[in-house]
Write a protein of this length. Structure first.
Length: 262
């Protein structure tokens, strides 16, 4: 059995500080074999910089996934070409900017490999190739190397997330949704053995609007005028899931969601 830890969308400096304060003790308690986090909001809530990516890797995160904000900080583009442990959605229609999937060897158990796939949804989001077809093909490719595959589906609509999760049931070990920043209470093992949750949640200010200070978001809803959003710094919490996976079959044994004040 191996233990995977997936951390929800990290929002700005408060999110990074929450990970820095909580991950070491969680690692000591649970002895995770692999830590994955969605980092696409880690730079002031919008995108990711090389410096911040290095900071997150330095905290003990093994693979960083992303989503629709991956292009917000232009300096990340050369970094994507250089570090294949930072993923961008595999179904984005680009070919020369990084990778959307990776197979990694576990540091403490190098005989075991884990595949990680990053996909983006199409409902209410920007252009992307079909995540169902892209996901199916990538899973088939990675499973030639390992039975253990994790999917981060960065998508808005819960129906699209649930549909893709069920489409890949039995083919992947862990399927997590990200992007909406609100943790869902539907974690479960699907009928064919895939651990599933619609959204892992976020690492950021609890009393916020998906990580941002409420006043400006409320103002935009009221008058429709563009606002410069600010990351909420107070009362951060960490949302994540722990999945136990059988290393031979790749089937999930358990899935636990966490929400911990920092």
């Amino acid at each position: 059995m191996i233990k995977l830890f997936f951390i929800g969308d990290i929002i700005g400096r408060p999110g990074r500080q929450a990970v820095a304060s909580l991950l070491p003790s969680l690692q000591r308690e649970h002895a995770f074999d692999l830590v994955i986090a969605n980092g696409e909001n880690a730079a002031g809530g919008f995108g990711l910089t090389p410096k911040i990516a290095d900071e997150l890797f330095g905290l003990g995160i093994d693979v960083i996934t992303s989503g629709n904000h991956i292009w917000d900080q232009k300096e990340i583009e050369p970094y994507l070409r250089q570090n294949n442990r930072l993923l961008r959605p595999a179904n984005y229609p680009v070919e020369d900017l990084g990778e959307g999937a990776i197979v990694v060897e576990l540091e403490r158990r190098p005989q075991i490999k884990v595949g990680v796939i990053n996909l983006a949804g199409r409902v209410f989001l920007g252009p992307a190739d079909c995540p169902f077809r892209s996901g199916r093909d990538l899973v088939a490719r990675l499973k030639t190397e390992t039975p253990i595959v994790v999917v981060d589906f960065h998508a808005e609509a819960s129906s699209e997330k649930t549909a893709l999760g069920m489409y890949l049931d039995g083919q992947v070990s862990l399927f997590v949704g990200t992007h909406t920043h609100v943790q869902t209470a539907d974690e479960r093992i699907l009928p064919k053995g895939t651990a599933y949750i619609t959204d892992v949640g976020m690492v950021g200010g609890r009393n916020s609007v998906i990580g941002m200070k409420p006043d400006r978001v409320i103002e935009k809803f009221i008058n429709g005028k563009p606002q410069r959003y600010e990351v909420e710094k107070k009362a951060p919490w960490l949302s994540a899931v722990i999945a136990e996976i059988d290393e031979e079959s790749g089937q999930a044994l358990s899935l636990q969601r966490l929400q911990i004040p920092a």
